[in-house]
Structure formats: C-alpha cells, structure tokens
Ligand binder design. Sequence first.
Ligand code: PEP
Length: 252
Amino acid sequence: MIRKKLIAGNWKMNKTSADAVQLAQDLVTEIGKVVDIDIVICPPFTSLESVGKAIDGSTVKLGAQNMHHEASGAFTGEISAPMLRAFFATHVILGHSERRQYFAETDAAVNKKVIAALKNQLRPILCVGETLAEREAGSTLKVVQTQLEAGLEGVSKDLATSVVIAYEPVWAIGTGKVATTEQAQEVHAFIRTLLTKLFGEQVAQKVRILYGGSMKPANAPELLAQKDIDGGLIGGASLETRSFVDLVKAAV
Ligand code: PEP
C-alpha cells in the first residue's frame, strides 16, 4: 500500500496577515503545483481567509490549528468547524501538545473535536506523543495508546481513513532534539498496529502517520524513508520559505 506523503506546516501564533500572505504566495510560487504529495499550511485563524485566497488555484491546502466541537453558540473566543469550512479549510490540527499543556485539553475534549471535524468534512490531524518524563519512565507506548484510542473513540471505519495521526514526542517539539529514526519508526509502527486493531488492516494501511518534532531538511530524508512515517508536521521550519520548500522536496 503506497500512502501519499503529507507535509503540514503549523505556523502556531506567528505572522500577521500580511506576513502570512507573503509566505503563502512564496510557497505557491515554489511548490504550488506539486501533486505527488499533499501539502497543508496551517496559519493562525486571523490569516485563514487571506492565506486561503493566496493559495487558491494551487495544490497547497489550508488547515487550522484548533477548533471548538460545537457548530455555534456562546463560546467566546472560539471558532467552529463550519466556520473553517467557509474559508475552504480542509484540515485541522487537533490535540497538539501545546493545547494539551497550556490550555488543559483532555483526551475527551480532543475526541469531541475529532468527531465534529469529521462530521464537517474536515480531516483531523490528531496529535499524540509522550513527554520526556514519560519516555524516561518507559511509558511512551502506553501514553500514545491512551491518547490515540481516546481521541478516536466513536470514529467509524468509513471515516477513519480521513484521519491523519501526528506522532509528536513533546520533548522534540521546538527543542532541536529530534527523535532517532528508530525511536520514531517504533512508535509509528505501534500506532499502525493499534489502528489495525481498531479499524482493520485495510483501513490502517491507508491512514497517514506524520512525525513531528524538530523535523528539518537535514533530518527529513532519513525519517521519511521509514516504512510507517508518511510525512511531517512541521513547526519552526514551516515559517520560512526555503526550509519548508526543502522539506516538501525531501518528501516528493
Ligand atoms: C509542532 O509544533 O507541531 C512541531 C513539530 O514543532 P517543531 O517542528 O518546531 O518542533
């Protein structure tokens, strides 16, 4: 089973709308016709509309970094799936470790968002991963299993292929410490086994599992060559045209 690779850029809380449009335009010029892999950029909410317009007509897709599980209502400061769809977003990052750590997002909350995203034809990029303390305690696989199973609870077999999983060891995010290829492949293979138990072999072979955590053009080729690593969720290196373009090229 050949899975189409996916490179997603998580711009986090960076770039004004004008800066975001500039980066999006530069990316369209360089990689806007790439069809061999999927490319998604996830700007802040404030730039979704303008970036959506800047990438219109290219193969680069639009994603958001979070959303609320309800469609509308009294949830001050929140954004819903239908609002994201109105900007032609196709993907949404859910359960990022920064949301879990700084905004107290629980597995149950992440699960509601995953269900709501799928209901609205958005592809969730569900993030899972252990902290350094959890890795050192030998509980990496247990942590990943809990987050994955809870995050995917109630997802039907039919919709499971729309889900993207991102394995992001928390200790590797924004730290410059990348997981070794062996560490990453071990967890990715474990996730694939869990997906097989949940949804069967056929579905599990179709689900893309991204690696995230200090992925850079220099370490990407080795990571992307692993059997179960189907792309990357990129933070720091997605903020600059050259490095993101080089990451895309490493995946093609
Ligand atoms: C991320 O935040 O999803 C991430 C992987 O960040 P970085 O690439 O900067 O480690």
